[in-house]
Design a binder for this molecule. Structure first.
Ligand SMILES: [Zn+2]
Length: 345
């Protein structure tokens, strides 16, 4: 069964029902991450925007006149405004109910994929590391705001004002991203808990035009209990830590995640046979890399290097002659096309 999808570029093949379902799941995760981030940053973004405009106008009018009194007044005003932003940032503990939703979402997806619910009546649990990250987010928020105030108390130039503003703004974006990452982590944890209860494997799957890092893990199989994926491509673009193995997902835009496969040890070898999901994913990843399909975040030179690396391997990239020739032409022309970013809500 195939289904059309709003995400697929027009020229792309219709996708399978499973891929469609996987994308829908990714959309739900992204929406949840957005809600979680919004519940943590509250009005802080709005306040920040207003602060920058006002701060620059005030500084131009008063601070730059050279009057010490005006400068002191400006600094006091700025510090009060930064405190207001701090007060508008709710306690990170407020995100807890969203993390519980995320856990359930991950477990639900795992049950759909495996067709069974080995957890039964067992409760899903938020692991202690996530709770620790929440507390760390709150501490970091406060530290950035304190740094902004410390900097403004000695500010003498427009540049100082901008630096202090950048720190205040980091407190908000840090909280934003922290919440979104925690949601992704909680989804994975829910999925892992179901997978673990059934002793099932997971296969790394992501977008065709994902980044080089995510592409390197496509089609990798991870085992219980820790579900650490080893990269399947010898990417020189990976960090030393990634080469030792990593847990996914990495990036919302790459929509990489572990898909559950019910395979016991004796069947793992069948996952590796030609035509199996694992092999198809690995070939797709190599194809994407040699043809330079990646998100705009990957520079042209990074893509060139990666494509050349794969083609230079003994036996080439393991793709058809036609594809490899096309790849060589693209490398020679020095220009890879970039597909549009698939935005997540
Ligand atoms: Zn990625």
């Amino acid at each position: 069964m195939t289904a059309a999808t709003p995400h697929a570029p027009a020229q792309q093949q219709p996708v399978s029902a499973q891929t469609q379902q996987s994308w829908e799941h990714a959309d739900q995760v992204a929406a949840l991450a957005g809600t979680a981030a919004a519940s943590l940053t509250g009005r802080a973004h709005e306040l920040l925007k207003a602060l920058l405009a006002l701060a620059l106008a005030r500084f131009a009018a008063k601070g730059a006149t050279g009057s010490l009194r005006a400068l002191v007044e400006f600094r006091e005003w700025f510090a009060t405004e930064v405190d207001r932003i701090g007060a508008a940032l709710p306690d990170p503990a407020r995100v807890l109910p969203r993390l519980e939703d995320a856990l359930r979402l991950g477990a639900h997806q795992a049950v759909i994929e495996s067709g069974a619910d080995p957890l039964g009546r067992h409760e899903l649990t938020l692991d202690a590391r996530m709770l620790g990250q929440l507390a760390a987010t709150r501490d970091r928020q406060r530290a950035y705001l304190a740094d902004a105030n410390a900097l403004i108390s000695v500010a003498r130039s427009r540049g100082d004002v901008l630096k202090a503003f950048a720190l205040a703004s980091r407190a908000v974006t840090y909280t934003d991203q922290g919440a979104a990452n925690l949601v992704h982590d909680a989804v994975r944890s829910g999925m892992d808990q179901v997978a673990l209860a059934g002793s099932w494997q997971q296969i790394a799957i992501g977008e065709r035009n994902c980044c080089l890092r995510c592409a390197s893990f496509q089609g990798a199989i991870a085992e219980p209990p820790d579900y650490v994926f080893q990269p399947v491509l010898p990417g020189r673009w990976l960090t030393a830590a990634d080469r030792l193995g990593a847990t996914i997902p990495f990036h919302p835009h790459c929509r990489d995640r572990g898909r559950l496969v019910r395979a016991d040890q004796s069947r793992v070898s069948s996952l590796m046979e030609p035509g199996s999901l694992t092999n198809v994913l690995r070939r797709e990843a190599r194809r994407s890399i040699v043809l330079g399909l990646a998100l705009p975040s990957e520079s042209q030179s990074a893509r060139q290097r990666a494509a050349s690396d794969l083609l230079a391997r003994r036996g080439g990239a393991g793709l058809s002659e036609g594809v490899e020739q096309r790849a060589r032409r693209r490398i020679a022309s020095g220009q890879f096309r970039t597909r549009a970013v698939i935005t997540t809500r």
